[in-house]
Design a protein around this ligand. Structure first.
Ligand SMILES: [Zn+2]
Ligand SMILES: [Zn+2]
Length: 365
């Protein structure tokens, strides 16, 4: 029989000359610093860890952000004494108040569970310390706040102006994409949007090149646009030379309602969406779906569009009268769709001396 050197209890089991209770009371599992300073971005709630900005697990919950930032920063400052750490539990002591842009200080306790001696097994120790919260804008939020633009996405159409419908769709697409970015990253980097009066296009200014490229590539996919990137060097209040990029996104020269040639045949563009062109062959009235590769075979063509009325229908021929000069003409058809009826208003499309009939709904000239 031996005795514990602390409490004098007689026992057979001694650890460092102490009974189990005294051993636990006098053994540390870790050495925890008195205070931890954490740095957060007041706009997006990213936090600093080892000199880098980290996006938190849940950027919408400030309590969790501070919790995560504290644990991570603390974990590198703790000196571990246990052989094995099983868990670390961090709890803030009330009252604590975390307000963006306001320095804060409150106390917390860290409960460490671990093994210091294999025969003693797991036990817990509680360590108190202070958390100091300080705020600093992360580089991206700083640029947005300071209106520093890193990238411009210029959306134009080649050889024509963007129409109202296209402008609206582009704005909606960008808005949806930025909303997604915001959901994922807790910040959006759009600085401003400007309408370019001269070209009728849109300029999106971003504080992040990455987001700008993401937006540009999505517009490209949706509208089968082409994308070109160029650099310009912008002066340095910083020591490093900074580059600004301009991403030129060009929508094709044709749009919904245009008549173009595909493999030499005139087609009517019915829709452009999800990176596909939905069109109709004017000779056969067949609907077609063209992808990015096929779209490169589309050629612009000159054509005339005139309002007319169907007078009579023969087997392979339709007799129509132009509304502008009451000229009557016969147009041969390879296939007659059901909507071509006597008395129906239609449009005559003339390409390269050949006439085609389409539904007369797409605007009159
Ligand atoms: Zn004892
Ligand atoms: Zn930020």
């Amino acid at each position: 029989m031996r005795f514990c050197i602390i409490c004098g209890k007689p026992t057979d089991e001694l650890f460092n000359n102490m009974c189990k209770t005294c051993y636990i009371n006098n053994t540390e599992l870790a050495e925890v610093p008195d205070r931890v300073i954490i740095t957060l971005c007041p706009e997006c709630f990213s936090y600093m860890f080892r000199g880098r900005w980290i996006r938190p697990e849940d950027p919408n919950d400030l309590y969790h952000v501070v919790h995560e930032a504290t644990l991570r920063n603390l974990s590198t400052k703790i000196r571990y004494k246990a052989k094995v750490i099983k868990s670390m539990d961090l709890e803030f002591k009330r009252p604590y108040k975390i307000t963006p842009y306001k320095r804060g200080k409150f106390s917390a306790v860290l409960t460490v569970e671990g093994v210091a001696h294999p025969k003693v097994g797991y036990f817990k120790k509680v360590y108190g310390f202070n958390i100091e919260v300080q705020w600093r804008l992360c580089p991206t939020c700083f640029k947005v706040k300071a209106q520093v633009e890193e990238a411009i996405v210029q959306v134009r159409a080649s050889g024509r102006k963007l129409d109202e419908g296209e402008l609206l769709r582009i704005r909606n697409l960008v808005e949806n994409l930025l909303y997604k970015v915001y959901e994922e990253e807790g910040r959006s980097s759009l600085v401003k949007v400007e309408m370019d009066r001269h070209s009728g296009g849109l300029d999106f200014y971003f504080a992040s090149k990455r987001i700008a490229r993401y937006i540009a590539s999505n517009i490209q996919k949706e509208f089968l646009a082409s994308v070109k990137e160029s650099y310009s060097v912008i002066g340095g209040e910083m020591t490093k030379e900074r580059k600004k990029i301009t991403i030129s996104v060009r929508l094709p020269p044709f749009k919904v309602g245009s008549i173009v040639l595909y493999k030499g045949n005139p087609i009517l563009i019915k829709d452009i969406r999800d990176g596909r062109i939905y069109a109709m062959d004017l000779g056969t009235y067949k609907l077609m779906k063209l992808g990015f590769k096929e779209a490169r075979e589309i050629k612009e063509c000159e054509y005339k569009r005139e309002r007319a009325m169907v007078l009579s229908i023969l087997d392979n021929e339709v007799q129509v009268m132009k509304l502008s000069n009451y000229e009557v003409m016969e147009i041969p058809l390879r296939r007659r769709p059901l909507w071509i009826k006597e008395g129906e208003g239609i449009d005559i499309i003339t390409v390269d001396g050949k006439h085609y009939i389409i539904k007369g709904i797409l605007g009159s000239e």
